[in-house]
Design a protein around this ligand. Structure first.
Ligand code: C5P
Length: 230
């Protein structure tokens, strides 16, 4: 029985898309709704886990989950690294880049007749890869089970599964949840189709189309199967 089979585990789930400020009123963001992360947190709490939900969205925390609100990738990183979780599920869409400098005042159009087409130039810098950092730290003695997400589009270079396998080769997490995105698929939708890939890439298990609660149960089942003793 699944009831409370996650009791005794501290799980951390990240949800939503990070917002990287350009100035006090504008940001670079993405279309992640946070729904899958919230479903993962809610189901983990129902199954008895102690849950920390690190979220960029304003939705209230599901029952029994401790909520940490963040906006940027750097804040999300601090929240994840501060927690001492047994399982970390990186469902958030973390921006790969942020503006190098956030302007302290709102960026304005110029009305200089000599430069009527002038535009600001925004230089981006890389954000830290939080999962990669967790993988490195794991080599240094910490042992959380790590679950990554891969939002992929199938293209000429390969299928969603091909892309997911090459992501696993670069980021050897214990479980990779690959979903198909693009053309209004998945982001913000209630039903989703995902592939669960084991860390060694040897097995993949397809779920759906199913609602995000069903997907969440399947992810926690897979975490239990990978690490039955945690
Ligand atoms: O390589 P890619 O960014 O597609 O990997 C996606 C996975 O890595 C997701 O689980 C995401 O939360 C995580 N990620 C991260 N830090 C980043 C970018 C992505 O932890 N800067």
């Amino acid at each position: 029985a699944r009831d409370r089979d996650l009791a005794g585990l501290h799980v951390l789930v990240t949800a939503g898309g990070t917002r990287e400020p350009l100035d006090p009123v504008r940001y670079l963001g993405n279309r992640s709704s946070g729904k899958q992360g919230y479903a993962l947190a809610a189901v983990a709490a129902q199954r008895g886990a102690q849950v920390t939900l690190v979220s960029t969205v304003s939705t209230p925390a599901p029952p029994g989950c401790a909520l940490v609100r963040v906006e940027t990738a750097l804040q999300l990183r601090d929240a994840v690294l501060a927690a001492d979780a047994d399982v970390v599920v990186m469902a958030a869409a973390v921006a790969d880049f942020r503006p190098e400098h956030a302007a302290t005042a709102k960026i304005k159009k110029t009305f200089d007749p000599a430069a009527p087409d002038a535009v600001p130039v925004v230089r981006l810098v890389r954000n830290p890869d939080i999962l990669a950092e967790l993988l490195t730290r794991r080599g240094e003695g910490t042992t959380p089970v790590l679950v990554g997400f891969a939002a992929e589009t199938g293209d000429e270079q390969g299928s969603v599964l091909d892309h997911a396998r090459s992501k696993l080769a670069r980021k050897p997490v214990d479980l990779l949840v690959a979903n198909e995105v693009g053309d209004g698929v998945t982001f913000g939708q209630d039903d989703t189709t995902v592939h669960l890939l084991s860390g060694d890439g040897s097995s993949s298990h397809d779920i759906g189309p199913a609602d995000k609660t069903t997907v969440a149960h399947a992810v926690w089942d897979a975490v239990r199967a990978i690490a039955p003793t945690v």
